[in-house]
Design a protein around this ligand. Structure first.
Ligand code: AMP
Ligand code: GLY
Length: 417
């Protein structure tokens, strides 16, 4: 089978890496890709937001499966365009992707399906904003209704800052603050059958000890030794299956990757957000542990035949990924800096540790930074402590001027805290 992956971050590199190891994949293409993905897939330039262009490329390549990585093309209807061209596609329709594209839509679906989440108000006027802020009190949680590439959510003790953010958005969701650790649980679904993957945790703040600004994610690990072993079953029953059923009953079935961002609060598990695609950087650690060849799973989801698959096979290994980010990330990241040491990791740490590329591009013989998050250094080990050690050893071989990374990814969990 020929597979075309749309996107060009570390998540797509992780997807391409797994697909390239799948014996059923005869040719692998990625559009637009990056310098690392070029080592496992043939890169094709395309405007990932242009459904007609992506569908035409898939037809030209004779792709038997298209996998759409990021949310923006999904919300723009790229999966619909590929499906309309008669090619199986892993990724929801534009209508179903509203689960990520609109916080208000997600809240409405959750209310209808009885899914536990933070109590919330949708506000469009200053009066409504003031009333909602006062109803919940501090800490205030204010979410831009639309897609905002991780910048739409403000959580603050400062009422004036919360109010300013709310008034800067056309429509906001203001909600109750949820305490407790966060878990990301992904499920693959064809709109009827739901297949949960293994839970992971990501680190959203830029600096050690969860300090500093919010980012796209600075690292992740899986499994979660501290989590209740019944967590996956519970989330399947309370969150994933009811959400998939609700969207099907509305006539907009969700097929693709349903990402539940959860808070494990003292009053039970609550949904913080849904995403309509694989999470980044959690995908890097979840796929590092998946033994079942990936292409068949994604194809069965695309074709509506997930019920025919045997249970997924997981490695007992632990996986850790550490993100190396540019100078000045997340503010105004500097790009164009040369990256050294990639060959040393390949020569000395493989196969247990490897580098997945996020924002990189090739410039002559050199690989240079091309985005805020640059690399996602991933390692597996018999437990989290070993996976951590291997990941940080590999991180130590990479040289990127001015770069930053967190030193405490999975540290607490590895120590049993
Ligand atoms: P989101 O864009 O919805 O993923 O939100 C970004 C981050 O804001 C989440 O990962 C949480 O850390 C935080 N957050 C969102 N909603 C809440 C909430 N209701 N209570 C506490 N923290 C939240
Ligand atoms: N890891 C957070 C996200 O993918 O949205």
């Amino acid at each position: 089978m020929k597979v075309l992956v749309i996107g060009g971050g570390a998540r797509e590199h992780a997807l391409c890496r797994s697909l390239s190891l799948d014996p059923d994949v005869s040719a692998l293409y990625c559009a637009p890709g990056n310098a690392g993905i070029a080592e496992v897939a043939e890169l094709r330039p395309v405007d990932a937001l242009d459904g007609a262009a992506v569908a035409a490329l898939a037809v030209e390549l004779g792709a038997g499966l298209v996998v759409v990585g990021p949310e923006a093309p999904l919300v723009a209807g790229v999966a619909d365009a590929v499906r309309a061209a008669g090619i199986p596609v892993f990724g929801p329709s534009a209508e179903a992707a509203q689960l990520e594209g609109s916080k208000a839509f997600a809240k409405d679906v959750m209310a209808a399906a009885g899914v536990p989440t933070a109590r919330s108000y949708v506000c469009t006027t200053a009066e409504e904003v003031d009333a909602a802020l006062d109803a919940f009190g501090a800490p205030y949680v204010v979410k831009d209704d639309g897609l905002a590439a991780g910048k739409g959510v403000v959580v603050t003790e400062d009422r004036a800052a919360a109010r300013d953010h709310a008034l800067a958005c056309d429509r906001v969701v203001i909600e109750e603050y949820l305490d407790g650790p966060e878990v990301s649980l992904f499920a693959i679904t064809d709109g009827v059958t739901v297949l949960p993957l293994q839970p992971a945790q990501d680190f959203k703040r830029a600096l050690d000890g969860d300090q500093g600004p919010n980012t796209g994610g600075m690292g992740a690990y899986s499994p979660l030794p501290w989590a209740d072993p019944k967590l996956v079953d519970e989330v399947m029953e309370l969150v994933l299956q009811p959400t998939v059923d609700e969207l099907r009953h509305r006539g907009t079935p969700f097929s693709g990757l349903l990402y539940a961002g959860l808070a494990i609060t003292s009053r039970g598990t609550r949904v913080i957000e849904f995403n309509a695609r694989f999470g980044d950087p959690e995908t890097q650690v979840v796929l590092a542990r998946l033994r079942t060849p990936l292409a068949g799973v994604l194809l069965n989801a695309a074709n509506g035949t997930l019920h025919s698959l045997p249970a997924l096979n997981w490695s007992d290994d632990a996986a850790v990924t550490v993100v190396i980010a540019s100078h000045n990330y997340p503010d105004t990241p500097r790009t164009g800096d040369p990256i050294e040491g990639l060959g040393d990791v390949a020569a000395q740490d493989a196969p247990d540790a490897y580098v997945l590329h996020a924002g990189t591009r090739r410039e002559g013989d050199a690989v240079v930074s091309a985005g805020g998050r640059v690399l996602s250094v991933t390692a597996t080990g018999s437990d989290l402590a070993q996976a951590r050690e291997k990941a940080y050893k590999a991180v130590g071989r990479i040289k990127l001027d001015g770069s930053q990374h967190r030193t405490d990814i999975a540290a607490k969990a590895a120590e049993g805290r």
